[in-house]
Design a protein around this ligand. Structure first.
Ligand code: ARG
Length: 572
Protein backbone atom coordinates (compact mmCIF):
# COMPACT_ATOMS: atom_id res chain seq x y z
CA UNK A 1 0.00 0.00 0.00
CA UNK A 2 1.46 3.39 -0.87
CA UNK A 3 1.54 6.27 1.62
CA UNK A 4 -1.43 8.16 0.23
CA UNK A 5 -3.62 5.06 0.30
CA UNK A 6 -2.51 4.34 3.84
CA UNK A 7 -3.19 7.88 5.03
CA UNK A 8 -6.57 7.85 3.31
CA UNK A 9 -7.47 4.57 5.02
CA UNK A 10 -6.44 5.89 8.44
CA UNK A 11 -8.29 9.18 7.90
CA UNK A 12 -11.43 7.29 6.87
CA UNK A 13 -11.15 5.23 10.04
CA UNK A 14 -10.68 8.36 12.11
CA UNK A 15 -13.83 9.87 10.58
CA UNK A 16 -15.87 6.76 11.29
CA UNK A 17 -14.80 6.70 14.92
CA UNK A 18 -15.70 10.38 15.36
CA UNK A 19 -19.05 10.24 13.59
CA UNK A 20 -20.18 6.62 13.55
CA UNK A 21 -23.77 7.59 12.74
CA UNK A 22 -23.10 10.01 9.91
CA UNK A 23 -24.19 9.02 6.43
CA UNK A 24 -22.55 9.90 3.15
CA UNK A 25 -18.99 10.12 4.44
CA UNK A 26 -16.39 9.33 1.79
CA UNK A 27 -14.90 5.85 1.89
CA UNK A 28 -11.12 5.40 1.96
CA UNK A 29 -10.98 5.13 -1.81
CA UNK A 30 -12.76 8.41 -2.49
CA UNK A 31 -10.76 10.03 0.24
CA UNK A 32 -7.56 9.01 -1.45
CA UNK A 33 -8.68 10.79 -4.57
CA UNK A 34 -9.36 13.92 -2.54
CA UNK A 35 -5.94 13.99 -0.90
CA UNK A 36 -3.86 16.71 -2.48
CA UNK A 37 -0.19 17.57 -2.44
CA UNK A 38 0.00 21.19 -1.21
CA UNK A 39 1.97 23.53 -3.47
CA UNK A 40 3.85 24.84 -0.45
CA UNK A 41 5.70 22.06 1.43
CA UNK A 42 5.29 24.11 4.62
CA UNK A 43 1.61 23.11 4.42
CA UNK A 44 2.52 19.46 4.73
CA UNK A 45 3.10 16.50 2.44
CA UNK A 46 -0.59 15.89 1.88
CA UNK A 47 -3.75 17.82 2.60
CA UNK A 48 -7.34 16.69 2.92
CA UNK A 49 -9.97 19.32 2.10
CA UNK A 50 -12.71 18.92 4.74
CA UNK A 51 -15.24 20.77 2.58
CA UNK A 52 -16.38 17.43 1.26
CA UNK A 53 -17.67 16.57 4.77
CA UNK A 54 -19.50 19.83 5.43
CA UNK A 55 -22.79 18.63 4.00
CA UNK A 56 -23.02 15.12 5.48
CA UNK A 57 -21.90 16.39 8.90
CA UNK A 58 -23.62 19.77 8.72
CA UNK A 59 -20.56 21.39 10.18
CA UNK A 60 -18.17 24.13 9.08
CA UNK A 61 -15.00 22.79 7.41
CA UNK A 62 -12.55 24.43 9.89
CA UNK A 63 -14.41 22.78 12.77
CA UNK A 64 -14.25 19.43 11.02
CA UNK A 65 -10.52 19.81 10.38
CA UNK A 66 -9.94 20.61 14.04
CA UNK A 67 -11.97 17.66 15.28
CA UNK A 68 -10.21 15.27 12.90
CA UNK A 69 -6.76 16.51 13.84
CA UNK A 70 -7.55 16.23 17.55
CA UNK A 71 -8.73 12.64 17.12
CA UNK A 72 -5.82 11.56 14.92
CA UNK A 73 -3.55 9.13 16.73
CA UNK A 74 -1.18 7.87 14.05
CA UNK A 75 1.79 10.12 14.73
CA UNK A 76 4.06 7.26 13.73
CA UNK A 77 2.74 7.71 10.19
CA UNK A 78 2.17 11.44 10.06
CA UNK A 79 1.53 14.38 12.33
CA UNK A 80 -1.42 16.60 11.46
CA UNK A 81 -2.42 20.25 11.60
CA UNK A 82 -5.77 21.92 10.86
CA UNK A 83 -5.46 24.94 8.57
CA UNK A 84 -8.43 26.76 7.04
CA UNK A 85 -10.61 23.73 6.68
CA UNK A 86 -7.78 21.51 5.55
CA UNK A 87 -6.36 18.62 7.49
CA UNK A 88 -2.65 18.81 6.70
CA UNK A 89 -0.44 15.74 7.03
CA UNK A 90 3.26 15.85 7.75
CA UNK A 91 4.77 12.45 7.15
CA UNK A 92 6.91 10.95 9.84
CA UNK A 93 9.83 11.04 7.49
CA UNK A 94 12.12 8.68 9.29
CA UNK A 95 9.50 5.96 9.69
CA UNK A 96 8.41 6.42 6.13
CA UNK A 97 11.98 6.05 4.87
CA UNK A 98 12.60 3.01 7.06
CA UNK A 99 9.39 1.28 5.97
CA UNK A 100 9.78 2.01 2.30
CA UNK A 101 13.41 0.93 2.26
CA UNK A 102 12.56 -2.26 4.16
CA UNK A 103 9.94 -3.15 1.55
CA UNK A 104 12.33 -2.39 -1.30
CA UNK A 105 15.18 -4.37 0.18
CA UNK A 106 13.04 -7.35 1.12
CA UNK A 107 11.67 -7.64 -2.42
CA UNK A 108 14.92 -6.99 -4.30
CA UNK A 109 14.48 -7.47 -8.02
CA UNK A 110 10.91 -8.67 -7.45
CA UNK A 111 9.87 -5.29 -6.05
CA UNK A 112 6.45 -4.47 -7.50
CA UNK A 113 5.66 -8.06 -8.46
CA UNK A 114 2.76 -9.92 -6.90
CA UNK A 115 0.70 -13.08 -7.02
CA UNK A 116 -2.44 -11.14 -7.86
CA UNK A 117 -2.88 -13.17 -11.03
CA UNK A 118 -2.08 -16.60 -9.62
CA UNK A 119 -4.21 -19.20 -11.38
CA UNK A 120 -5.47 -16.70 -13.94
CA UNK A 121 -4.68 -16.61 -17.65
CA UNK A 122 -4.48 -13.62 -19.96
CA UNK A 123 -4.35 -14.11 -23.74
CA UNK A 124 -2.77 -11.24 -25.64
CA UNK A 125 -3.26 -10.85 -29.38
CA UNK A 126 -0.60 -8.43 -30.58
CA UNK A 127 1.57 -7.56 -33.55
CA UNK A 128 -0.59 -9.90 -35.70
CA UNK A 129 1.13 -9.05 -38.95
CA UNK A 130 -0.06 -9.77 -42.46
CA UNK A 131 1.69 -12.20 -44.77
CA UNK A 132 3.45 -10.72 -47.80
CA UNK A 133 3.46 -7.23 -46.25
CA UNK A 134 6.51 -5.44 -44.93
CA UNK A 135 6.80 -4.75 -41.22
CA UNK A 136 6.42 -0.99 -41.02
CA UNK A 137 6.25 1.65 -38.33
CA UNK A 138 2.47 1.25 -38.14
CA UNK A 139 3.04 -2.12 -36.46
CA UNK A 140 5.24 -0.73 -33.72
CA UNK A 141 2.48 0.14 -31.25
CA UNK A 142 0.60 -3.15 -31.38
CA UNK A 143 3.89 -5.00 -31.02
CA UNK A 144 5.30 -2.97 -28.14
CA UNK A 145 2.08 -2.34 -26.19
CA UNK A 146 1.28 -6.05 -26.40
CA UNK A 147 4.77 -7.10 -25.44
CA UNK A 148 4.81 -4.71 -22.49
CA UNK A 149 1.38 -5.81 -21.25
CA UNK A 150 2.55 -9.40 -21.42
CA UNK A 151 5.51 -8.60 -19.20
CA UNK A 152 3.34 -6.59 -16.81
CA UNK A 153 0.79 -9.40 -16.41
CA UNK A 154 3.59 -11.94 -16.02
CA UNK A 155 5.12 -9.81 -13.27
CA UNK A 156 1.77 -9.76 -11.48
CA UNK A 157 1.65 -13.54 -11.45
CA UNK A 158 -0.73 -14.18 -14.34
CA UNK A 159 -0.16 -16.92 -16.88
CA UNK A 160 0.11 -15.18 -20.23
CA UNK A 161 -0.27 -16.39 -23.80
CA UNK A 162 1.19 -14.14 -26.49
CA UNK A 163 -0.52 -14.71 -29.81
CA UNK A 164 0.53 -13.44 -33.21
CA UNK A 165 -2.79 -13.76 -35.05
CA UNK A 166 -1.23 -13.79 -38.50
CA UNK A 167 -3.15 -12.28 -41.39
CA UNK A 168 -2.54 -15.29 -43.60
CA UNK A 169 -5.88 -15.90 -45.19
CA UNK A 170 -7.81 -14.27 -48.00
CA UNK A 171 -8.32 -14.32 -51.76
CA UNK A 172 -5.28 -12.09 -52.26
CA UNK A 173 -3.09 -15.08 -51.46
CA UNK A 174 -4.73 -17.08 -54.23
CA UNK A 175 -3.93 -14.25 -56.63
CA UNK A 176 -0.37 -14.08 -55.39
CA UNK A 177 0.17 -17.81 -55.86
CA UNK A 178 -1.47 -17.59 -59.28
CA UNK A 179 0.84 -14.75 -60.29
CA UNK A 180 3.87 -16.64 -59.03
CA UNK A 181 2.90 -19.71 -61.05
CA UNK A 182 2.60 -17.59 -64.18
CA UNK A 183 5.44 -15.14 -63.93
CA UNK A 184 7.39 -15.75 -60.74
CA UNK A 185 10.96 -16.90 -60.31
CA UNK A 186 12.13 -18.79 -57.25
CA UNK A 187 15.49 -17.01 -57.01
CA UNK A 188 13.80 -13.65 -57.21
CA UNK A 189 11.51 -14.34 -54.25
CA UNK A 190 14.42 -15.84 -52.37
CA UNK A 191 16.48 -12.74 -52.98
CA UNK A 192 14.00 -9.94 -52.64
CA UNK A 193 11.36 -11.60 -50.46
CA UNK A 194 8.27 -9.53 -49.80
CA UNK A 195 9.16 -6.95 -52.45
CA UNK A 196 9.04 -9.67 -55.11
CA UNK A 197 5.69 -10.93 -53.77
CA UNK A 198 4.25 -7.43 -53.82
CA UNK A 199 5.35 -6.95 -57.42
CA UNK A 200 3.68 -10.19 -58.41
CA UNK A 201 0.48 -9.04 -56.76
CA UNK A 202 0.60 -5.65 -58.49
CA UNK A 203 1.24 -7.32 -61.84
CA UNK A 204 -1.70 -9.65 -61.28
CA UNK A 205 -4.04 -6.68 -60.93
CA UNK A 206 -2.60 -4.91 -63.96
CA UNK A 207 -2.99 -7.93 -66.19
CA UNK A 208 -6.44 -8.71 -64.81
CA UNK A 209 -7.62 -5.39 -66.21
CA UNK A 210 -7.17 -6.70 -69.75
CA UNK A 211 -7.71 -10.36 -68.95
CA UNK A 212 -10.66 -10.71 -66.54
CA UNK A 213 -10.39 -14.51 -66.55
CA UNK A 214 -7.39 -14.08 -64.28
CA UNK A 215 -9.72 -13.21 -61.40
CA UNK A 216 -11.34 -16.64 -61.68
CA UNK A 217 -7.95 -18.27 -61.82
CA UNK A 218 -6.88 -16.42 -58.70
CA UNK A 219 -10.02 -17.51 -56.90
CA UNK A 220 -9.43 -21.08 -58.00
CA UNK A 221 -5.95 -20.99 -56.55
CA UNK A 222 -7.30 -19.68 -53.30
CA UNK A 223 -9.85 -22.49 -53.21
CA UNK A 224 -6.93 -24.89 -53.65
CA UNK A 225 -5.16 -23.31 -50.66
CA UNK A 226 -8.33 -23.68 -48.61
CA UNK A 227 -8.76 -27.31 -49.63
CA UNK A 228 -5.18 -28.11 -48.72
CA UNK A 229 -3.99 -28.84 -52.26
CA UNK A 230 -0.24 -29.61 -51.90
CA UNK A 231 0.89 -27.60 -54.93
CA UNK A 232 -0.91 -24.45 -53.80
CA UNK A 233 0.07 -24.93 -50.18
CA UNK A 234 3.72 -25.35 -51.04
CA UNK A 235 3.98 -21.87 -52.53
CA UNK A 236 1.75 -20.25 -49.94
CA UNK A 237 3.61 -21.83 -47.00
CA UNK A 238 6.86 -20.69 -48.51
CA UNK A 239 5.58 -17.09 -48.85
CA UNK A 240 4.62 -17.28 -45.22
CA UNK A 241 8.06 -18.48 -44.19
CA UNK A 242 9.76 -15.69 -46.11
CA UNK A 243 7.52 -13.08 -44.42
CA UNK A 244 8.08 -14.53 -40.96
CA UNK A 245 11.84 -14.67 -41.45
CA UNK A 246 11.76 -10.98 -42.24
CA UNK A 247 9.64 -10.26 -39.19
CA UNK A 248 11.84 -12.40 -36.98
CA UNK A 249 14.74 -9.99 -37.51
CA UNK A 250 12.62 -7.12 -36.21
CA UNK A 251 11.25 -9.18 -33.32
CA UNK A 252 14.81 -10.11 -32.39
CA UNK A 253 15.88 -6.49 -32.33
CA UNK A 254 12.90 -5.54 -30.20
CA UNK A 255 13.27 -8.55 -27.89
CA UNK A 256 9.69 -9.58 -28.64
CA UNK A 257 8.44 -13.16 -28.74
CA UNK A 258 5.18 -15.10 -28.98
CA UNK A 259 3.77 -18.32 -27.60
CA UNK A 260 1.59 -18.94 -30.62
CA UNK A 261 1.52 -18.00 -34.29
CA UNK A 262 -1.97 -19.37 -34.85
CA UNK A 263 -3.27 -16.94 -37.44
CA UNK A 264 -6.35 -16.67 -39.56
CA UNK A 265 -5.63 -19.76 -41.68
CA UNK A 266 -5.38 -21.81 -38.50
CA UNK A 267 -9.14 -21.38 -38.15
CA UNK A 268 -9.87 -22.62 -41.67
CA UNK A 269 -11.32 -25.89 -40.39
CA UNK A 270 -12.80 -24.38 -37.23
CA UNK A 271 -15.31 -22.02 -38.82
CA UNK A 272 -17.96 -24.45 -40.05
CA UNK A 273 -18.90 -25.46 -36.51
CA UNK A 274 -19.17 -21.77 -35.56
CA UNK A 275 -21.43 -21.01 -38.51
CA UNK A 276 -23.52 -24.07 -37.58
CA UNK A 277 -23.74 -22.92 -34.01
CA UNK A 278 -24.87 -19.45 -35.08
CA UNK A 279 -27.50 -21.03 -37.28
CA UNK A 280 -28.68 -23.42 -34.56
CA UNK A 281 -28.98 -20.54 -32.12
CA UNK A 282 -31.13 -18.68 -34.62
CA UNK A 283 -28.72 -15.82 -34.99
CA UNK A 284 -28.02 -16.03 -38.73
CA UNK A 285 -30.22 -14.04 -41.08
CA UNK A 286 -29.98 -13.58 -44.82
CA UNK A 287 -29.20 -10.20 -46.19
CA UNK A 288 -28.67 -9.68 -49.93
CA UNK A 289 -27.52 -13.27 -50.28
CA UNK A 290 -25.07 -13.01 -47.41
CA UNK A 291 -25.43 -14.50 -43.93
CA UNK A 292 -25.23 -11.94 -41.15
CA UNK A 293 -25.97 -11.47 -37.46
CA UNK A 294 -28.36 -8.60 -36.97
CA UNK A 295 -27.08 -6.07 -34.43
CA UNK A 296 -29.56 -3.27 -35.03
CA UNK A 297 -30.73 -3.49 -31.41
CA UNK A 298 -27.19 -2.58 -30.42
CA UNK A 299 -27.06 0.28 -32.91
CA UNK A 300 -24.44 -1.46 -34.96
CA UNK A 301 -24.39 -2.56 -38.58
CA UNK A 302 -24.91 -6.32 -39.05
CA UNK A 303 -21.92 -8.55 -38.48
CA UNK A 304 -21.14 -10.28 -41.77
CA UNK A 305 -20.47 -14.01 -41.32
CA UNK A 306 -20.69 -15.57 -44.79
CA UNK A 307 -20.44 -13.70 -48.07
CA UNK A 308 -22.94 -14.48 -50.80
CA UNK A 309 -20.47 -16.97 -52.33
CA UNK A 310 -20.31 -18.76 -48.98
CA UNK A 311 -16.83 -17.47 -48.13
CA UNK A 312 -16.06 -16.60 -44.52
CA UNK A 313 -14.57 -13.28 -43.51
CA UNK A 314 -12.29 -11.66 -40.93
CA UNK A 315 -15.06 -11.55 -38.31
CA UNK A 316 -15.93 -15.23 -38.77
CA UNK A 317 -12.32 -16.12 -38.08
CA UNK A 318 -12.22 -13.89 -35.02
CA UNK A 319 -15.30 -15.62 -33.64
CA UNK A 320 -13.67 -19.01 -34.19
CA UNK A 321 -10.42 -17.72 -32.68
CA UNK A 322 -12.06 -16.37 -29.52
CA UNK A 323 -13.92 -19.64 -28.93
CA UNK A 324 -10.78 -21.65 -29.61
CA UNK A 325 -8.78 -19.52 -27.16
CA UNK A 326 -11.37 -19.89 -24.44
CA UNK A 327 -11.54 -23.68 -24.94
CA UNK A 328 -7.77 -24.03 -25.12
CA UNK A 329 -6.47 -21.55 -22.57
CA UNK A 330 -9.56 -20.87 -20.42
CA UNK A 331 -8.59 -17.22 -20.37
CA UNK A 332 -9.77 -14.76 -17.73
CA UNK A 333 -9.04 -11.95 -20.17
CA UNK A 334 -8.41 -11.94 -23.89
CA UNK A 335 -6.78 -8.71 -25.01
CA UNK A 336 -6.72 -7.53 -28.63
CA UNK A 337 -4.02 -4.92 -29.08
CA UNK A 338 -5.21 -3.45 -32.36
CA UNK A 339 -5.49 0.09 -33.78
CA UNK A 340 -8.65 2.02 -32.87
CA UNK A 341 -9.83 1.87 -36.50
CA UNK A 342 -10.98 -1.68 -35.78
CA UNK A 343 -13.18 -0.55 -32.92
CA UNK A 344 -16.46 -1.44 -34.66
CA UNK A 345 -15.16 -4.83 -35.76
CA UNK A 346 -14.35 -5.84 -32.20
CA UNK A 347 -17.56 -4.45 -30.74
CA UNK A 348 -19.45 -6.53 -33.29
CA UNK A 349 -17.47 -9.70 -32.64
CA UNK A 350 -17.75 -9.38 -28.85
CA UNK A 351 -21.48 -8.70 -29.11
CA UNK A 352 -22.04 -11.74 -31.33
CA UNK A 353 -20.18 -13.89 -28.80
CA UNK A 354 -22.47 -12.53 -26.11
CA UNK A 355 -25.53 -13.30 -28.21
CA UNK A 356 -24.21 -16.83 -28.66
CA UNK A 357 -24.49 -17.12 -24.89
CA UNK A 358 -20.84 -17.03 -23.95
CA UNK A 359 -20.55 -15.29 -20.57
CA UNK A 360 -16.82 -14.80 -21.13
CA UNK A 361 -17.53 -12.42 -24.02
CA UNK A 362 -17.26 -9.64 -21.43
CA UNK A 363 -13.65 -10.68 -20.81
CA UNK A 364 -12.64 -9.87 -24.37
CA UNK A 365 -11.12 -6.41 -24.54
CA UNK A 366 -10.08 -4.31 -27.49
CA UNK A 367 -6.94 -2.49 -26.33
CA UNK A 368 -6.98 0.29 -28.91
CA UNK A 369 -4.24 2.76 -29.73
CA UNK A 370 -3.65 5.81 -31.91
CA UNK A 371 -1.51 6.41 -34.95
CA UNK A 372 2.17 7.07 -35.34
CA UNK A 373 3.34 9.93 -37.51
CA UNK A 374 6.95 10.68 -38.28
CA UNK A 375 8.52 14.12 -37.95
CA UNK A 376 5.05 15.59 -38.20
CA UNK A 377 4.02 13.65 -41.28
CA UNK A 378 1.23 11.11 -41.43
CA UNK A 379 2.39 7.83 -42.92
CA UNK A 380 0.46 5.67 -45.30
CA UNK A 381 1.20 2.83 -47.66
CA UNK A 382 -0.87 4.58 -50.26
CA UNK A 383 1.19 7.75 -50.11
CA UNK A 384 4.25 5.53 -50.32
CA UNK A 385 5.97 7.18 -47.36
CA UNK A 386 5.70 4.21 -45.03
CA UNK A 387 8.80 3.70 -42.96
CA UNK A 388 10.02 0.16 -42.47
CA UNK A 389 10.50 -0.69 -38.84
CA UNK A 390 13.80 -2.35 -39.58
CA UNK A 391 15.12 0.86 -41.16
CA UNK A 392 13.87 2.99 -38.31
CA UNK A 393 15.54 0.75 -35.74
CA UNK A 394 18.87 0.59 -37.53
CA UNK A 395 18.87 4.35 -38.01
CA UNK A 396 18.19 4.77 -34.31
CA UNK A 397 21.14 2.54 -33.47
CA UNK A 398 23.43 4.43 -35.86
CA UNK A 399 22.43 7.77 -34.38
CA UNK A 400 22.89 6.46 -30.85
CA UNK A 401 26.33 5.22 -31.83
CA UNK A 402 27.30 8.71 -32.99
CA UNK A 403 26.11 10.27 -29.75
CA UNK A 404 28.07 7.73 -27.70
CA UNK A 405 31.19 8.41 -29.74
CA UNK A 406 30.84 12.04 -28.80
CA UNK A 407 29.79 11.69 -25.16
CA UNK A 408 31.68 8.62 -24.00
CA UNK A 409 34.50 7.90 -26.44
CA UNK A 410 36.12 5.52 -23.95
CA UNK A 411 33.12 3.29 -23.38
CA UNK A 412 34.01 -0.37 -23.84
CA UNK A 413 31.14 -2.10 -25.65
CA UNK A 414 29.91 0.82 -27.73
CA UNK A 415 28.05 -1.23 -30.31
CA UNK A 416 26.07 -3.15 -27.74
CA UNK A 417 25.18 0.00 -25.80
CA UNK A 418 24.26 1.85 -29.02
CA UNK A 419 21.85 -0.97 -29.81
CA UNK A 420 20.28 -0.78 -26.35
CA UNK A 421 19.95 3.01 -26.50
CA UNK A 422 18.74 3.24 -30.10
CA UNK A 423 16.07 0.57 -29.72
CA UNK A 424 15.16 1.89 -26.26
CA UNK A 425 14.64 5.38 -27.66
CA UNK A 426 12.15 4.09 -30.22
CA UNK A 427 10.25 1.96 -27.72
CA UNK A 428 10.16 4.73 -25.13
CA UNK A 429 8.62 7.13 -27.65
CA UNK A 430 6.01 4.59 -28.60
CA UNK A 431 5.03 3.98 -24.98
CA UNK A 432 5.39 7.53 -23.71
CA UNK A 433 1.82 8.75 -24.04
CA UNK A 434 -1.62 7.38 -23.33
CA UNK A 435 -2.02 4.65 -25.89
CA UNK A 436 -5.10 6.16 -27.48
CA UNK A 437 -3.21 9.35 -28.34
CA UNK A 438 -1.51 9.72 -31.69
CA UNK A 439 2.26 9.79 -31.48
CA UNK A 440 4.63 11.93 -33.47
CA UNK A 441 8.06 10.36 -33.68
CA UNK A 442 10.88 12.91 -33.77
CA UNK A 443 14.54 12.07 -33.67
CA UNK A 444 15.59 15.07 -31.60
CA UNK A 445 13.09 14.18 -28.91
CA UNK A 446 13.60 10.41 -28.96
CA UNK A 447 17.37 10.71 -28.60
CA UNK A 448 17.51 13.73 -26.31
CA UNK A 449 19.64 12.55 -23.39
CA UNK A 450 18.43 15.43 -21.22
CA UNK A 451 14.72 15.40 -21.91
CA UNK A 452 12.02 12.88 -21.17
CA UNK A 453 13.39 10.05 -23.23
CA UNK A 454 14.56 6.47 -23.16
CA UNK A 455 18.25 7.45 -23.13
CA UNK A 456 17.64 9.85 -20.22
CA UNK A 457 16.12 7.11 -18.07
CA UNK A 458 18.78 4.61 -19.16
CA UNK A 459 21.46 7.16 -18.35
CA UNK A 460 20.08 7.62 -14.84
CA UNK A 461 20.17 3.86 -14.37
CA UNK A 462 23.83 3.82 -15.47
CA UNK A 463 24.53 6.71 -13.10
CA UNK A 464 23.10 4.70 -10.18
CA UNK A 465 25.28 1.75 -11.21
CA UNK A 466 28.32 3.99 -11.28
CA UNK A 467 27.62 5.35 -7.78
CA UNK A 468 27.23 1.79 -6.52
CA UNK A 469 30.52 0.73 -8.12
CA UNK A 470 32.27 3.54 -6.27
CA UNK A 471 30.55 2.77 -2.96
CA UNK A 472 32.76 -0.20 -2.15
CA UNK A 473 32.78 -1.18 1.53
CA UNK A 474 30.49 1.69 2.53
CA UNK A 475 27.51 -0.28 1.28
CA UNK A 476 28.11 -2.86 3.99
CA UNK A 477 27.53 -0.45 6.92
CA UNK A 478 24.23 -0.58 8.82
CA UNK A 479 22.16 2.23 7.25
CA UNK A 480 20.76 5.06 9.31
CA UNK A 481 17.45 5.88 7.63
CA UNK A 482 17.25 9.23 9.35
CA UNK A 483 19.76 10.33 6.71
CA UNK A 484 16.88 10.19 4.21
CA UNK A 485 14.66 12.85 5.75
CA UNK A 486 15.46 15.67 3.31
CA UNK A 487 12.94 16.79 0.66
CA UNK A 488 14.75 15.22 -2.28
CA UNK A 489 15.13 11.79 -0.68
CA UNK A 490 11.51 11.90 0.45
CA UNK A 491 10.22 12.77 -3.02
CA UNK A 492 12.16 9.89 -4.45
CA UNK A 493 10.96 7.53 -1.72
CA UNK A 494 7.39 8.55 -2.34
CA UNK A 495 7.68 7.63 -6.01
CA UNK A 496 9.39 4.35 -5.17
CA UNK A 497 6.71 3.45 -2.63
CA UNK A 498 4.00 4.07 -5.26
CA UNK A 499 5.66 1.92 -7.91
CA UNK A 500 3.88 -1.38 -7.08
CA UNK A 501 0.53 0.43 -7.36
CA UNK A 502 1.53 1.90 -10.69
CA UNK A 503 2.18 -1.57 -12.08
CA UNK A 504 -1.22 -2.79 -10.92
CA UNK A 505 -2.93 0.27 -12.36
CA UNK A 506 -1.09 -0.11 -15.65
CA UNK A 507 -2.43 -3.68 -15.85
CA UNK A 508 -5.95 -2.63 -14.93
CA UNK A 509 -6.03 0.09 -17.58
CA UNK A 510 -3.90 -1.79 -20.12
CA UNK A 511 -1.67 1.26 -20.13
CA UNK A 512 2.10 0.68 -20.29
CA UNK A 513 2.63 4.45 -20.53
CA UNK A 514 1.89 4.68 -16.80
CA UNK A 515 5.10 2.77 -16.21
CA UNK A 516 7.01 4.93 -18.68
CA UNK A 517 5.76 7.94 -16.68
CA UNK A 518 6.77 6.35 -13.38
CA UNK A 519 10.34 5.47 -14.41
CA UNK A 520 10.79 8.95 -15.86
CA UNK A 521 9.60 10.57 -12.61
CA UNK A 522 11.88 8.31 -10.60
CA UNK A 523 14.84 9.14 -12.85
CA UNK A 524 14.17 12.86 -12.49
CA UNK A 525 13.80 12.57 -8.72
CA UNK A 526 17.01 10.58 -8.46
CA UNK A 527 18.96 13.10 -10.53
CA UNK A 528 17.68 15.91 -8.35
CA UNK A 529 18.78 13.95 -5.30
CA UNK A 530 22.14 13.21 -6.86
CA UNK A 531 22.85 16.89 -7.55
CA UNK A 532 21.78 18.08 -4.09
CA UNK A 533 23.49 15.46 -1.95
CA UNK A 534 26.93 13.97 -1.57
CA UNK A 535 26.01 10.33 -1.50
CA UNK A 536 29.31 8.74 -0.50
CA UNK A 537 30.53 11.40 1.97
CA UNK A 538 29.98 11.78 5.73
CA UNK A 539 29.12 9.23 8.41
CA UNK A 540 29.25 5.64 7.08
CA UNK A 541 25.73 4.92 8.40
CA UNK A 542 24.30 7.90 6.50
CA UNK A 543 26.28 7.05 3.38
CA UNK A 544 24.99 3.49 3.59
CA UNK A 545 21.41 4.79 3.65
CA UNK A 546 22.01 6.99 0.60
CA UNK A 547 23.71 4.10 -1.19
CA UNK A 548 20.77 1.84 -0.39
CA UNK A 549 18.42 4.50 -1.77
CA UNK A 550 20.53 4.65 -4.92
CA UNK A 551 20.33 0.90 -5.25
CA UNK A 552 16.55 1.02 -4.80
CA UNK A 553 16.25 3.65 -7.54
CA UNK A 554 18.49 1.57 -9.81
CA UNK A 555 16.45 -1.58 -9.28
CA UNK A 556 13.10 0.16 -9.74
CA UNK A 557 14.20 1.90 -12.93
CA UNK A 558 15.56 -1.38 -14.27
CA UNK A 559 12.31 -3.20 -13.51
CA UNK A 560 10.23 -0.40 -14.99
CA UNK A 561 12.29 -0.36 -18.18
CA UNK A 562 12.04 -4.13 -18.40
CA UNK A 563 8.27 -3.94 -18.12
CA UNK A 564 8.08 -1.61 -21.11
CA UNK A 565 10.55 -3.73 -23.06
CA UNK A 566 13.67 -1.58 -22.73
CA UNK A 567 17.12 -2.78 -21.71
CA UNK A 568 19.13 -1.04 -19.01
CA UNK A 569 22.88 -0.77 -19.73
CA UNK A 570 25.11 -0.44 -16.65
CA UNK A 571 27.52 1.95 -18.33
CA UNK A 572 26.81 4.57 -20.94
N1 ARG B 1 -3.81 -8.59 -39.16
C1 ARG B 1 -4.72 -7.58 -38.72
C2 ARG B 1 -4.34 -6.23 -39.31
O1 ARG B 1 -3.19 -6.02 -39.63
C3 ARG B 1 -4.78 -7.44 -37.24
C4 ARG B 1 -5.30 -8.64 -36.51
C5 ARG B 1 -5.67 -8.33 -35.11
N2 ARG B 1 -6.15 -9.47 -34.39
C6 ARG B 1 -7.34 -10.02 -34.55
N3 ARG B 1 -7.63 -11.07 -33.82
N4 ARG B 1 -8.24 -9.55 -35.38
O2 ARG B 1 -5.19 -5.36 -39.43
Amino acid sequence: MDTMTRIAALAAECMKSLWPEAEGLPAAEELRGLLAVPPDPAMGDYAFPCFRLAKPLRMAPPKIAEALCAAWNHQDVASVQPVNGYMNFFLNRENFAAETMAALQAAGDRYGSSDLGAGKTVCLDYSSINIAKRFHIGHLSTTMIGHSLKRIFDFLGYTTVGINHLGDWGTQFGKMVCAYKKWGRKEDVEERGIDAMTELYVRFHKEAETDPSLEDEGRAWFKRIEDGDPEALEVFTWFKEVTLKDAARVYDQLGVSFDSYAGESFYNDKMDPVVEELRAKGLLVESQGAQVVDLSEDNMPPCLILKSDGATIYATRDLAAAIYRQNTYHFDKCLYVVAYQQDLHFRQVFRVLEKMGYPWAKDCVHVAFGMVSFEGEALSTRKGNMILLEDLLSQAVTKAREIIEEKSPNLENKDEVARQIGIGAVIYTDLSANRIKDIDFRWDRALNFDGESGPYVQYTHARCCSVLRKAGDLAAAVPDWSALMDDEAQSLLRLLSRFPDVIREAAEKYEPSMITRAVTDIAQAYNKYYYEHRILDGEPAGAAARIALTDAARQTIKTGLYLIGIEAPERM
